[in-house]
Design a protein around this ligand. Structure first.
Ligand SMILES: Cc1cc2nc3c(=O)[nH]c(=O)nc-3n(C[C@H](O)[C@H](O)[C@H](O)COP(=O)(O)OP(=O)(O)OC[C@H]3O[C@@H](n4cnc5c(N)ncnc54)[C@H](O)[C@@H]3O)c2cc1C
Length: 230
């Protein structure tokens, strides 16, 4: 498997008696694998689901704390990191990002070619460029809400675009929510307008993509880690 190393590292931390915690969600690539046989020690094929369950048991046995919580932000403090999940905040000295390969990219026409020209994947990195401007956040989960919250102190008007998906549960009224399906993003070189399936549109200066769960790429970007083109 491609990313066994991170698991081994986490487990080694546990075995070295370093206080270790794993954040995870039920959705994983491993559980989708019908049969795994290209793994040392597996003389009989095993289902991805079974291997996943064994890994969880192994972690528990090593005294690793497992938290089924979605990580929505990581903040670098002077001497440690703050990990913000959908439930709690935690402080730690080191983090291993092993979030797997999520396919959160959208196929909305006109979006990809405007990356860096109004389309961003990180509110804390690029929010400043949209001071007093109108922005939209594409997504409908905890991560999209977190990104919208990051923009409140900067942007003039924030709209969460669910792109036809369910409306998120939000207590605050600091942003608008639009559930219409998106057809296209248009603008002369940069982002200017989002066109919806029903023919209506929304004028915006910037779009932040925050679909699904924050992946390793999103979290690394927030920490200012140099990332190669994904
Ligand atoms: C259909 C299929 C068949 C496959 N068959 C094989 C095979 O036969 N042999 C083989 O070697 N490989 C196979 N693979 C590939 C293998 O499943 C992956 O390489 C492996 O699962 C990658 O492990 P990972 O830990 O990087 O990611 P994952 O297994 O996806 O684990 C990532 C974990 O991080 C969690 N996570 C992500 N973001 C967050 C967040 N923000 N907050 C909290 N938790 C988060 C996820 O929920 C998940 O629990 C297959 C994959 C698929 C889809």
């Amino acid at each position: 498997m491609e990313d066994q190393r991170e698991y081994q590292l986490v487990y080694t931390h546990g075995r070295a008696n370093l206080k270790t915690m794993i954040f995870y969600q039920e959705e994983t690539n491993l559980k989708k694998a019908d049969k795994i046989e290209n793994y040392y020690g597996l003389y009989e094929p095993i289902s991805g689901k079974k291997l996943y369950e064994i890994g969880i048991k192994q972690a528990r046995k090593l005294g690793i704390e497992l938290k089924k919580e979605e990580v929505i932000n990581i903040i670098a403090l002077p001497k440690e990191y703050e990990v913000i999940t959908s439930k709690e905040k935690y402080r730690t000295k080191s983090i291993i990002l092993a979030t797997g390969n999520q396919k959160n990219k959208t196929n909305i026409k006109g979006l990809e070619e405007r990356e860096g020209k109004g389309v961003s994947y990180c509110a804390v990195c690029d929010g400043f460029f949209y001071k007093n401007k109108k922005v939209a956040v594409i997504g409908n989960g905890n991560y999209a809400i977190q990104e919208a919250k990051e923009l409140i102190s900067l942007s003039k008007e924030i709209t969460i675009l669910t792109n036809g998906k369910e409306k998120p549960i939000v207590k605050s009224f600091d942003f608008n929510i639009n559930t219409k399906e998106i057809v296209q993003v248009v603008g002369n070189q940069k982002v200017e307008e989002v066109i919806f399936q029903d023919g209506t549109s929304l004028k915006v200066d910037g779009i932040f993509v925050a679909q699904g769960v924050a992946g390793g790429f999103d979290l690394a970007k927030k920490l200012g880690i140099l990332t190669r083109k994904r």
